[in-house]
Design a protein around this ligand. Structure first.
Ligand code: ADP
Ligand code: ZN
Length: 595
């Protein structure tokens, strides 16, 4: 029997397994069910593709998105593996032809959407083929505990009974403890292993900043990233267009992407991002799930993501090739209020809402963290770690000040006004404003009216945000965001507990200092060769209508540029050059490296 290592080398052209891969592969080969939780970019696909290639019998992969399936299929085909995806995005006749290939035993893997798999017809047709392995990708979608439950996934819990002779493997990048247990119960009644692997992505630099003037902050962030591909995430379609237009006006190669565009427009934009060099995709979260581009150098959030899970998945799209990549999250109070509103408007039970509010609280605490961000992020996923040295707080430690007195000023203003008003009004009272609302309610007669005069509105906004993140105040959504004091708030108010906060600079927000990052250091000569290799890759990718990284990932081209293989034998030693790709592209790339 071929070994996993041989397949890794002979089919994929890689020399070594990444952390966790071998254990999962061996486990699947020996036939035990498992749930593997690994971050985006860790290399989950290989974990089931290798057992699938080794097995004599069929492997069925369940995947939620057509784009995701097509991408995997192209990548496997480029390595000479027999594989098809049957889905609603393809013509009926095509699907029939594909099924015939599967039925003749010409495919190692069959990709299906959950709803297609679970039809009685498909189930009985598959039964005849006796599949060895069922793989459920994005397995968190089966759990109501998770953030992205999909009803069509629920059906998959019937797989266990329907195919008692098959192994079941589930993969996800995002699942907390409760969700993991739920997935394992639903998919294989708990009869299997749960393997959680390294959430840490040390090559991603983590930064979070208070959003004040997004244009300046975004431009500062992009200053040292000219010509690099990246994603800027926005919440609304309108804002997405606005940001893209702004960046284009600044001479950058930006394109918008959101669900308001036609399918055709979206496809064109996505293709440009995948195959052109250095495109900035300005997108809503509609973009990204099916994207498998490994050389994305940065992700910037201009609005607050939905949860830490979503945030982690979104920033996880950067730096999948393992090279340095930067992330930046800009957030403001209005985003928080909007998120709370979304949760309230959802058509779901109180329990669900409470959980979602808690999720948001965790995200806010991360944003306000004054020590290592990675430690707090990984802790959320149950992984202990040490300060990372590659986040904003590690690189520029924050100064904490005693803000007990100021917090007391805020808290008593909230109480004196009846725990009824939002931040804006509280700040008006603190600063001694005489707005109509203040005068009507006679709030200018309160003892706290004007006690916070010496600070600007922005200062107080920032401060109150920290008071909220510190768990002293909450915004009551039922009362339209009116601030209410918590138990911790009462204890700060009575002086039992101090309140520490991050120093707020009086000047404009310090622009994010452009730091060195992104991409390895290359000599001029090597860089020129790399650029030629990329051009060649783009030409081939366009001819074949696939994304550039399907031909070769960046890491492979960099290795080629550095090692300059002179013969096909040399070329075969480059990481990522398997026999199939060597045969198809080797000679062309050799022309550049041996020049
Ligand atoms: P995930 O599904 O976990 O997000 P992928 O399976 O898409 O990640 O893998 C991310 C990238 O890493 C892909 O380009 C893949 O080819 C590459 N990769 C996976 N395993 C290895 C390995 N052992 N050596 C080198 N590259 C690998
Ligand atoms: Zn850190």
């Amino acid at each position: 029997m071929t070994t996993a290592h041989e397949v890794l080398h002979d089919v994929f052209g890689y020399s070594a397994f990444r952390a966790g891969q071998e254990e999962i592969i061996q486990s699947l080969i020996s036939g035990s069910n498992l749930l593997a939780v690994m971050p985006t970019g860790a290399g989950k696909s290989l974990c089931y593709q290798i057992p699938a290639i080794i097995s004599e019998r069929l492997t069925v992969v369940v995947s939620p998105l057509v784009a995701l399936m097509d991408d995997q299929v192209q990548a496997l085909q480029a390595n000479g593996v027999g594989v098809v995806a049957i889905h609603s995005g393809a013509a009926r006749e095509d699907n029939v032809v594909k099924w015939q290939k599967v039925a003749r035993g010409e495919c190692k893997l069959l990709y299906l959407s959950p709803e297609r798999l679970m039809t009685p017809r498909m189930l009985s047709a598959l039964e005849a083929l006796n599949p060895a392995l069922f793989v459920v990708d994005e397995a968190h979608c089966i759990s109501k505990w998770g953030a992205s439950f999909r009803p069509e996934y629920e059906q998959l819990s019937r797989l266990r009974e329907a195919f008692s002779g098959a192994t079941i493997a589930a993969f996800t990048a995002t699942a907390d403890k409760a969700t993991r247990a739920d997935i394992a119960t639903k998919l294989f009644r708990g009869d299997g292993r749960i393997i959680v692997h390294g959430f840490d992505r040390p090559n991603l630099r983590l930064s979070v900043a208070n959003k004040v003037t997004w244009k300046d902050q975004l431009m500062a962030f992009l200053a040292d990233k000219k010509g690099q591909p990246g994603i800027v995430y926005c919440l609304s379609r309108k804002f997405t267009d606005e940001v893209a237009i702004y960046l284009m006006g600044e001479g950058l190669n930006a394109i918008p992407y959101h669900a308001g565009q036609s399918a055709e427009q979206r496809k064109t934009n996505q293709d440009r991002f995948m195959s052109e060099d250095g495109v900035i995709m300005v997108a809503t979260i509609a973009f990204g799930m099916g994207i498998d581009k490994s050389d994305i150098r940065f992700v910037c959030h201009l609005n607050l993501p939905g949860s830490l899970e979503a945030y982690y998945q979104e920033i996880g799209r950067a730096g999948r090739d393992g090279e340095p990549a930067e992330t930046m999250l800009l957030y403001g109070l209005s985003d928080t209020a909007l998120r709370r509103q979304f949760i309230e408007q959802e058509d779901s039970g109180d329990d669900h809402k409470r959980r979602e509010h808690k999720r948001l609280d965790a995200l806010l605490a991360y944003c306000e963290a004054s020590s290592c961000r990675r430690v707090s992020l990984l802790a959320y996923f149950d992984e202990a770690s040490q300060p990372c040295g590659n986040c904003d707080n590690c690189l520029t430690p924050v100064k904490l000040l005693d803000g007990t007195q100021q917090a007391q000023m805020v808290l008593s203003t909230v109480i004196q006004t009846g725990q009824f008003f939002g931040t804006a009004h509280i700040i008006d009272v603190l600063r001694g404003a005489e707005t109509q609302k203040v005068l009507e309610r006679r709030h200018h007669d309160l003892p706290t009216h004007g006690i916070g005069k010496e600070h600007s509105k922005q200062y107080w906004q920032n401060f109150i945000r920290q008071v909220m993140a510190g768990g002293c105040l909450i915004a009551n959504i039922q009362k339209f965001g009116g601030l209410e004091i918590t138990a911790r708030g009462r204890s700060v108010l009575s002086g039992d507990e101090p309140f520490m906060f991050r120093e707020i600079s009086k000047a404009k927000p310090a622009p994010v200092t452009p730091k060195k990052g992104g991409g390895p250091e290359l000599s001029e000569d090597t860089a020129a060769r790399l650029s030629d290799l990329k051009k060649l890759r783009l030409t081939i990718a366009r001819e074949r209508k696939v994304a550039a990284y399907i031909i070769f990932p960046d890491s492979t081209l960099i290795e080629m540029a550095q090692h300059r293989p002179q013969t096909l034998t040399d070329m075969a030693t480059i990481n990522g050059v398997g026999p199939k790709k060597l045969q198809e592209f080797g000679a062309q790339f050799l022309k550049v490296t041996a020049r």
